[in-house]
Design a protein around this ligand. Sequence first.
Ligand code: GDP
Ligand code: IMO
Ligand code: MG
Length: 428
Amino acid sequence: MPALVLLGAQWGDEGKGKATDLLGGSVDYVVRYQGGNNAGHTVVVGDQKYALHLLPSGILSPGCTPVIGNGVVVDPAVLLSELSGLNDRGVDTSKLLISGNAHLITPYNITVDKVTERFLGKRKIGTTGRGIGPTYADKINRTGIRVQDLYDESILTQKVEAALDVKNQLLTKLYNRRAIEAGQVVEELLGYADQIKGYVADTTLILNDALDQDKVVLFEGGQGTLLDIDHGTYPFVTSSNPTAGGACTGAGVGPTKINRVIGILKAYTTRVGAGPFPTELFDKDGEALRTIGGERGVTTGRDRRCGWFDAVIARYATRVNGLTDFFLTKLDVLTGWEEIPVCVAYEIDGKRVEELPYSQSDFHHAKPVYENLPGWSEDISKAKSFSDLPKNAQAYVKALEEMSGAPISAIGVGPGRNETIEINSFLS
Ligand code: GDP
Ligand code: IMO
Ligand code: MG
């Protein structure tokens, strides 16, 4: 079972960090393939809690080589502070590999992200303000700065100057901000070069060699399927491809190498930032999910919007990712409800719709069609096997599995590594 993709099946924060860390002990490489430090992945190991943004969650497993693939956007200041934070806590980060083709998040792109959002006013996306969108835009515009450019001062200077020629027009004339000095940016970037150099590698070659030698490689997605630039709720999305295909382009590995695609799926739904969310709750149930589930963003500290499970979205995630399995997380959070509504379809203009509409206008006014499933009140956090779960919790999982279109192979009943019920091994 050499190559697995692990990705978010909803709008992010499904528990990818925990799931990756869980598998990290049994895999050789964990690869981030897209996104940047907009991600916030929480990993709980014993009584220690780690919040990772840019680094792959496999960094906490000693035998595993963490890789930042070419599809990731790297803020060098964040990279170094995350590394030193882990080193201070005794985590060995020396095995990290970073693709020389990954793009750098520059200070001016962080500025552009923030001022663009401010300019959009109430039409804003609600980005994390980390410069993600503008950095991917530069990549596509062929004006981006790559990690490898740090090692050629003349190229770096030319590229920063060329990028700022245009950005400064925008910043000064449209957004009424001060121009940014190319020389200062170059100096700042060069200041990171030596500190990062030891990690920079031809990651595509290394990963393909590893796969040829039957090593196990896990591709860890950031964000989630509905935040995908192509398949998500555009324009309320991030600027990369968290969906399964992104693992191939973002790491330089062919689709024929991928054996398993695991969708991380929360037992209810959350979303941070703006955009449509059919099952969103504005009542005491929404507040209860937020409180019990600890639904506060790891990156921005914003409260997450909360709602019931949406099977239409789960089915869509199965379809666009070719999911082979689900890892259902946070089932424990649902303990205590007498009945749990699950969205099984939408009503759009008086018609029942079973699949996610491709039209954003339709999706914006989709109303959830609910089925109520019986709840349970027993504490499930100590459950070790499926049969340990109360009958109604078992039925809830089985119902979700049936509606979502792929087997649920693991269930999270708490944040810790061992608070997991494994049904089918992901590595067999
Ligand atoms: P990610 O971005 O997908 O890695 O998810 P986040 O780390 O942003 O958010 C998931 C949160 O849920 C974290 O605080 C995790 O520690 C926590 N978590 C993960 N799995 C479970 C679970 O099964 N039960 C509970 N109660 N918490 C979980
Ligand atoms: P993890 O990996 C949840 C959301 C932002 C915003 C939109 C665009 O922890 O699941 P961006 O800064 O990427 O341009 O913002 O995407 N967003 C996330 N929401 N979890 C994440 O990551 C997210 N990363 C970005 O809130 O709505
Ligand atoms: Mg998160």
